[in-house]
Design a protein around this ligand. Structure first.
Ligand code: ADP
Length: 275
């Protein structure tokens, strides 16, 4: 059934005397209209996101085309800016493809046993690379024998978005703690805590909406597409998990992915490589 068909509603009007007067086949117009409006907003957002890098690229190509000679040093500066814009568009397109894949994919039927401790080693490295000269202090706490049933690729994408955000929204020298452990009720939790800028309460319910940002300029400047938490949401939905967000402006944030007991597994002889 297409989503549109499922919106068709049958309404029967009955006269005051109880005899059937007419049969009306209508649609749930409000919901369809809302979907259509969301689609239009989405297209407008994507176009807007692509316009800036395209304008910059076009401008530089035109300027270079009019030049007869240029110093190597200046040329390199131009090229670096152009590359930055190309990377930005690439990131946006990659995230859009990932989102569309998640939204259109059939419900998961086949699960892998994912060694989250092994993923954490790579995630820590990725965070250190992104942090670079900012020297964040990144720690890992993990339960080596705890495994997760799901898609390794999807989970890695969700976790990596949370880790990148922690680095991007935490000032230099701040602390970032990655953790993978079981909760007392048996659920399995992957969490990322930071001592970053935090998020005001009124923004929290909207964070997983596509292109929702607390501070657009700040998000863009740090390489954000505005789609990261939307990807996280879809991956978690496909793993029957929920996202807990605790945050306080000026203090920091903790994002926790909580997976149900049914998705947690214990292995007797853990072999993953990090402490
Ligand atoms: P973006 O690419 O803008 O980071 P996301 O969907 O990943 O997009 O996040 C949405 C918004 O949530 C961000 O723009 C930012 O305002 C806020 N945010 C996400 N993670 C954090 C964090 N760890 N600390 C503070 N703010 C955050």
């Amino acid at each position: 059934d297409s989503p549109e068909n499922s919106e068709i509603k049958l309404s029967i009007q009955v006269t005051p005397f109880g005899s059937l007067q007419k049969l009306v086949i209508g649609r749930d117009v409000t919901r369809l209209a809302r979907l259509e409006q969301m689609r239009r907003h989405f297209v407008a957002n994507v176009s807007h996101e692509l316009r800036t890098p395209l304008t910059v690229l076009g401008g530089f190509v035109e300027t270079l085309g009019h030049m007869d000679q240029i110093r190597m040093e200046d040329l390199k500066k131009y090229l670096a800016t152009m590359q930055e814009q190309a990377v930005r568009m690439q990131r946006l397109v990659d995230d859009l493809l990932m989102l569309s894949k998640l939204e259109t994919a059939a419900p998961r039927t086949h699960d892998e046993t994912v060694d989250v401790t092994a993923l954490l080693a790579g995630l820590k490295e990725q965070a250190e690379l992104l942090s670079g000269e900012q020297h964040h202090v990144i720690t890992v706490e993990t339960d080596k024998s705890l495994r997760l049933l799901g898609s390794r690729e999807e989970l890695l994408s969700a976790f990596s978005n949370l880790v990148n955000n922690a680095v991007r929204y935490t000032p230099a020298g701040g602390r970032i703690a990655l953790a993978w452990k079981a909760a007392p009720d048996g659920s399995a939790c992957f969490s990322v805590s930071d001592t970053g800028e935090g998020i005001a309460l009124e923004h929290v319910p909207h964070l997983t909406e596509r292109f929702y940002r607390v501070d657009t300029a700040r998000s863009r400047a740090s390489g954000g597409t505005g789609l990261g938490l939307s990807i996280v949401k879809h991956v978690l939905l496909r793993h029957d998990a929920r996202l807990d967000i605790e945050s306080e402006p000026g203090v920091g944030s903790t994002f926790t992915c909580v997976f149900p007991t049914a998705r947690a597994r214990r292995v007797d002889h853990p072999v993953s490589g990090i402490a």
